[in-house]
Design a protein around this ligand. Sequence first.
Ligand SMILES: Cc1cc2nc3c(=O)[nH]c(=O)nc-3n(C[C@H](O)[C@H](O)[C@H](O)COP(=O)(O)OP(=O)(O)OC[C@H]3O[C@@H](n4cnc5c(N)ncnc54)[C@H](O)[C@@H]3O)c2cc1C
Length: 511
Amino acid sequence: MRADAMMNDLLSLSTNAFIAGIEATARRFDTATYPQQNLPADDWTLLTRAGVLLPTLPKEYGGRDDHVEMCRAVEAVSEWNLPVGMYVTVITAVALRPIVLWAREEAKQEVLPLYAGGDPAICGFASTEPGCGSAMSGMRTTFEEVEGGYRIRGRKHWQAFSISAHWWLVSAKNDKDGREYGYFIVKRSEGFRTLQPYEPLGLKAIDYGLNEIDAVVPRHRRIPADGRNLRPMVEMLMASRAMMAAMGCGFLRRISREAHAYADRRKLGPGPLSDIRFVRYRLAAIDASYTVCAALNHYLQNDLDMKESMIGAFPAVQAIKTVATERMLSSAHHYQQLAGGEGYRCGSPTNISGQAFLDARVYTIFDGTNDLLSQQLAEHCLSRTAGRPLSRFLAGWPLTAAAVAAQRLDLSFLDRKLRQEHLVLAGRAIGYAFAIGQVMRWAAETGADPRRARTAIEFLKADIARVATEFGLLSTGVLGLEDGVAATAGAPPSRSIPTAPEAWPGLPRRS
Ligand SMILES: Cc1cc2nc3c(=O)[nH]c(=O)nc-3n(C[C@H](O)[C@H](O)[C@H](O)COP(=O)(O)OP(=O)(O)OC[C@H]3O[C@@H](n4cnc5c(N)ncnc54)[C@H](O)[C@@H]3O)c2cc1C
């Protein structure tokens, strides 16, 4: 059957039939057997022809235009191969989504049809530079108006698909009349070259590197966005941060299954590993993390919408990203520990834990490092307390109120002067409280086993208690952090938090 006829057939499928097709294809990428290598174009074609890009694309461009299907496709792929789940996420939620939502019609007509036909087209998002990742206001890549469009010059690094992407979404600045930021759709052949490939520890399906840009792009390829601050970039990153719930849910379903199977199979003395009580504790921790990610994924599918601006969901998304990725990493760690020496072997025939750990490791680092995002979450809440203690605010805040009340959470340890180190920890506690609320809701709305929910909630409460203990540790004074450190009151908040999302015009409504 011709590719376009095949793609057309996918458009009439029900959601379940469509996702079942993606799931069937994803099994071919099973991380237990699939080589640890950059994804060959022919293999990417298998996935594009199964339709992984279609939920992101508008109907008039041959897509299925469906938020829930975007999430379910990534979840299905991540269960079989997390790096390939990330592969799909970068192309759909990070690179194509802003083009679909905000690019000018002429730019959409140029780019989107290339992604609708089942061809192995790839696009990436280039913001991080060697000199700046967390504080993007330090970017050095510039744009200037020239005849026929904009000239963009600079260096970016760590981009997914550094070597293989055909199209890029690039952020740049112009300091001519005060600072202005701009976002541009750049064709690789216009002047995007990779100076040095990077070898990542995990996520081997994706190629990375140090890139140099010297390109002139036509005027219509500038995304119309407020250039006065970095809020449009924050918005553009929100979909991939939220997608961590989908990736985490798929990945942890697999890790839970594999860890249980390993612990039941492996004999230690007369009985299996799973007879050891502490092994069962580790398995319970993995299962609880899977439940947490399932609940966050439920929130992602039902309360968020990647088809619109997500800036109003800023605090929820920060919580999802930090909690889901922490759960992915801690579960991979538990699983690897259970696998003993076999867990430290590349290509072990008995388990996938070594690779799972290497793949999950970067999740707490990239897409906004978790420490920074936690700080921003705490700052977001502090800016809304209207003089109330933070714990009182959280008791009434829609994202945490139900959890605080139902679980009688005592967050009063947060009611003090919060220095930067406290802000990071406070943001974590707020994320856990948010997650408790979502587990409660997920259990009520899906009819899940209440014991599963109860275990996950108890683990999250233990995490909050750990933060309270860390506050105590900090106040002992033994860490030497007290002297000469500016208190929050005198320190500016992270520059990229949208302090008034309701009023924020950053990006226009979907054009
Ligand atoms: C595998 C991988 C894929 C990536 N993909 C892309 C991509 O496709 N496109 C792209 O543009 N970029 C990408 N990146 C870049 C990534 O987003 C950045 O690495 C990340 O944002 C962190 O920036 P940085 O590396 O400059 O770390 P830095 O900004 O130097 O931060 C280093 C560390 O400092 C600490 N830190 C920073 N701020 C705080 C704070 N406020 N409180 C406490 N601690 C703090 C944290 O521990 C942090 O991890 C990728 C990176 C990796 C490793």
